[in-house]
Ligand binder design. Sequence first.
Ligand code: PRP
Length: 179
Amino acid sequence: MQEDILKVLYSEDEVKAIVRRLAKQVEQDYRGKNPLMICILKGAVVFMTDFVRDIDDYVELDFMDVSSYYGGTKSTGEVRIIKDVDTSVRDRDVVLVEDIIDTGATLKSLMGLFSHRGAKSVKVVALFNKPSRRQEFVAADYVGETVPDEFIVGYGLDYAGKYRNLPYIGILKPEVYAN
Ligand code: PRP
């Protein structure tokens, strides 16, 4: 697996430091609020498990799996729910936990959905932001790092379902996805 990586963008220690910084920001802002952390599967699952363990306060966890509808090259801004949350979000402080914001389509839809369902607040923590590919005007409230328009994998991010278990963030060799 490692031989498919062109370059390490963030080492395991660097990723851990980014995650910890985000967790401490959220811990401070949500003190006493018992926020509902919603992990957007599957990419965010590795981030989520480290992130919540760096928060020294009460939080609850839930999980959601969605996929975007695309019409041509542009997202329609709708998501198809593959697995919904089990928890009622009414009057809850919701924190959406994402690994990366790319076009922004997923985030735009989910923020609208949870507001419509009566959440008290909806904020987003994203480990990475790739603004070069944005199609929707959305922004995360807590962002780890801005990344270049490269094919990055690891720490939950995949190519064709693989590399999610790499403990660091790497840039994939072009020949891997050119075939
Ligand atoms: C990725 C990522 C975000 C979404 C961001 O998920 O985890 O949820 O894409 O892209 P967007 O800003 O263009 O909507 P993906 O659909 O690849 O599924 P996965 O997390 O299961 O890999």
